[in-house]
Design a protein around this ligand. Structure first.
Ligand code: ADP
Ligand code: ADP
Length: 235
């Protein structure tokens, strides 16, 4: 069953008074529990598509359903609850530099305001363990390597027990060896927690290594979608 469904979704940005299309009307179904890749050149519309999933962008038209909810009709309160079900990680990690690893990971839980401090501390400790940063819980981001920073980003994104994890060029700032380790962690999280991953990349290798299915974007169009082995079949 699909956990994310797009029906004729499109998006144009207003730039200097003109509407410039970024994503052409598209249909998309992302099955629950999969690792789904979005690949294409810079400017193809990958970020726009990803950010429509958690409504960081408003669609210009069409219907978006995520985890059984009509995303486009959510109001402020509903949107906040919905966003806790959709974690996100970023190319440049987006950590708070004045907060420790543990404080960064705790942030979404504090903001949600539904758990006691001691429950948050327990949860944060187990998340930090899951991403292998036990030795670094009290360090600041500036004291960490790129791979370690992304592990903090992953732990923070998992803190609210999301059903979906959106990854925006999550390994693009990392060297090849670190990329491999972070991809392995993401694959483990997909397997152990049953989380659906949607990830943007411009690297074929990332698609081949961990994705089940892929959509290829080009100038705002989804030009191909399907299982990786079918889309990138080499004769
Ligand atoms: P970079 O950003 O490193 O210059 P590109 O954006 O040119 O890379 O392409 C990244 C990957 O996406 C390439 O491996 C390419 O094969 C694939 N790709 C991009 N657009 C298409 C397309 N329209 N059809 C098939 N594959 C595509
Ligand atoms: P990708 O992630 O594949 O690089 P994007 O989704 O970022 O592609 O961009 C698709 C198109 O939309 C590009 O032409 C880009 O310049 C444009 N675009 C993206 N974000 C904005 C924005 N906030 N305002 C105006 N144009 C935008």
């Amino acid at each position: 069953i699909p956990v994310i469904k797009f029906h004729q979704v499109h998006k144009a940005y207003k730039t200097e008074g003109r509407m410039i299309p970024a994503l052409q009307p598209c249909d998309l179904e992302i099955p629950a529990g999969q690792i789904y890749g979005l690949i294409g050149h810079s400017g193809a519309g990958k970020s726009t598509l990803l950010r429509l999933i958690n409504r960081l962008e408003e669609p210009s038209g069409g219907r978006i359903e995520v985890a059984g909810q009509e995303v486009t009709s959510l109001q402020a309160e509903g949107l906040r609850a919905f966003r806790r079900q959709v974690g996100m990680i970023f190319q440049h990690f987006n950590l708070l530099s004045s907060k420790t690893v543990a404080e960064n990971v705790a942030m979404p839980l504090k903001l949600a305001g539904q758990m006691s401090s001691s429950a948050i501390a327990d949860k944060v400790a187990s998340l930090i363990k899951r991403v292998g940063l036990e030795e670094h819980a009290n360090k600041y981001p500036a004291q960490l390597s790129g791979g370690q920073k992304q592990r903090v980003g992953i732990a923070r994104a998992l803190s609210t027990d999301p059903k979906i994890l959106l990854c925006d060029e999550a390994t693009s700032a990392l060297d090849p060896q670190t990329t491999g380790q972070v991809l392995q962690l993401l694959a483990e999280i997909n397997r152990d927690l049953g989380l659906t991953l949607v990830l943007i990349t411009h690297e074929m290798d990332v698609i081949r290594r961990i994705c089940d299915q892929v959509a290829v974007l080009d100038a705002g169009f989804i030009v191909e979608q399907g299982p990786v082995a079918e889309v990138f079949l080499h004769p």
